[in-house]
Design a protein around this ligand. Structure first.
Ligand SMILES: Cc1cc2nc3c(=O)[nH]c(=O)nc-3n(C[C@H](O)[C@H](O)[C@H](O)COP(=O)(O)OP(=O)(O)OC[C@H]3O[C@@H](n4cnc5c(N)ncnc54)[C@H](O)[C@@H]3O)c2cc1C
Ligand code: FES
Length: 296
C-alpha cells in the first residue's frame, strides 16, 4: 500500500458517450516498483497503483503522467503489458519506447518514484473475438497487448493459447524486445527481422501471407505502425480472414472529451461514404477493412 501524503486519493467513475460506454475508470498515484531497460532501447516499467478497482485487460490502455517540469501538459496513452493482483496490491506494467519528452521522462523514473495513472480505457482484445486459431501481428512496442494476452492465457490455462500464433517483427534482432518472454508462453512465435539477424528475413505482412496459406485462422489482430497494419489488413482481406487493427492515434484525454483521436471509418449510410469515430472510446481495435487510412 502506498502511504505518501503527496499522492492524490483514488476516484472511480463511469463515463458514457454517444457510442459505446467507456469502461469504469480509476485515477490513482502509482509508485514505480521496477524499471528495466530491455533490448532495442525500450523500458519495462512496473508500477503499483495506490488503488486499481478495475484491473485492465489485454488490449486496454491507460493515460500516464508524471509531475515533472519536463513532462508535457497532457498525459500520454500506453498499452498494458501486464496487470495483476499481488499480495502487496495491484501491479501494472508497460513496454515504453523513449521517443520524446513524456516517454523520456517516464523511462527515467526509478524505483520509489511516483507517477499518475488514469484508466483503464479502450476495449479488451477478447471482446467479440471469434473462437478458433488467432494470428496476432506486431511491430515494435505493438507487441505489448499480445504478450499480455499470451501470458494471461498461459497463467489461466486458457485453451486459446494453443492456437495462438504471434508474428513479431522489427528491423533487427536487437529490437525484438521481449521476444524471449513471448516464446516462454508456449504459443507459436514467428519472428521476422528486416536484416535477417533473427527469425525470417523480411516484413511481417509477407510472413503473415505464408502463415495464413498454411492453416485455417478465424481472425487476425495487429498492432504497430499504421503502414504495417494497413499492409497486414490487405493480406488478411485477400486470404478472407477478418482483421482488427489496434490504433495508436495521438490522444489528448483518453476518455472521449477532446475529439483529438478521431479516425476516419467507412460508413455506407453517410453521403461521403465515411464518418469519424473516437479511437479512445470505440477502439482502440477497429475492423481494418473499415479504416480510411488515407484520412489519417
Ligand atoms: C492507445 C495507445 C497505446 C500506446 N501504447 C504504447 C506503448 O505500449 N508503448 C509506447 O512506447 N508507446 C505507446 N504509445 C505511443 C505513446 O503514447 C507515444 O509515443 C507518446 O505519446 C509520445 O509522447 P512523447 O512526449 O514522448 O513524444 P512526443 O514529443 O509527443 O513525440 C515524439 C515523436 O513520437 C511521435 N508520436 C507521438 N505520439 C505517437 C503515437 N501515439 N504513436 C506513434 N508515434 C507517436 C511524434 O510524432 C514524434 O515524432 C501508445 C499510443 C496509443 C494511442
Ligand atoms: S483522446 Fe480525447 S476524445 Fe479520444
Amino acid at each position: 500500500m502506498i502511504g505518501s501524503a503527496a499522492m492524490p486519493s483514488t476516484t472511480t467513475q463511469t463515463e458514457t458517450g454517444p457510442g459505446r460506454a467507456v469502461p469504469r475508470m480509476f485515477s490513482s498515484a502509482a509508485r514505480i516498483t521496477s524499471n528495466v531497460r530491455v533490448q532495442g532501447g525500450c523500458h519495462v516499467l512496473e508500477m503499483e497503483p495506490e488503488s486499481a478497482p478495475t484491473l485492465p485487460v489485454p488490449g486496454q490502455f491507460v493515460m500516464l503522467s508524471h509531475d515533472d517540469p519536463g513532462f508535457p501538459l497532457l498525459p500520454r496513452p500506453f498499452s498494458l503489458l501486464g496487470a495483476r493482483e499481488t499480495a502487496e496490491g495491484p501491479r501494472l506494467s508497460f513496454l515504453i519506447m523513449p521517443v520524446g519528452r513524456a516517454t523520456g521522462s517516464l523511462c527515467a523514473l526509478t524505483e520509489g518514484d511516483v507517477c499518475q495513472v488514469v484508466g483503464p480505457m479502450g476495449h479488451g482484445l477478447e471482446e467479440g473475438l471469434p473462437e478458433g486459431p488467432l494470428a496476432c501481428v506486431a511491430g515494435g512496442y505493438g507487441i505489448a497487448p499480445f504478450l499480455f494476452a499470451a501470458e494471461r492465457w498461459q497463467a489461466t490455462d486458457n485453451p486459446r493459447l494453443a492456437s495462438l500464433t504471434v508474428i513479431f517483427g522489427a528491423r533487427d534482432a536487437e529490437r525484438l524486445s521481449v521476444a524471449d518472454r513471448l516464446e516462454a508462453t508456449g504459443c507459436t512465435v514467428d519472428l521476422c527481422t528486416e536484416d535477417g539477424s533473427r527469425g525470417t528475413r523480411g516484413r511481417v505482412d509477407t510472413r503473415l501471407e505464408a502463415v495464413l496459406a498454411r492453416g485455417e485462422f478465424s481472425s487476425v489482430l495487429t498492432c504497430g505502425p499504421d503502414g504495417m497494419m494497413e499492409a497486414v489488413g490487405g493480406v488478411a482481406s485477400r486470404a478472407g480472414v477478418p482483421c482488427r487493427a489496434s490504433l495508436e492515434t495521438v490522444m489528448g484525454c483518453g476518455y472521449a472529451v477532446c475529439n483529438g483521436c478521431a479516425v476516419g471509418v467507412g460508413d455506407p449510410s453517410d453521403p461521403e461514404g465515411y464518418t469519424y469515430e473516437l479511437a479512445c472510446r470505440e477502439g482502440t481495435l477497429f475492423d481494418e477493412a473499415r479504416l480510411q487510412w488515407n484520412l489519417f
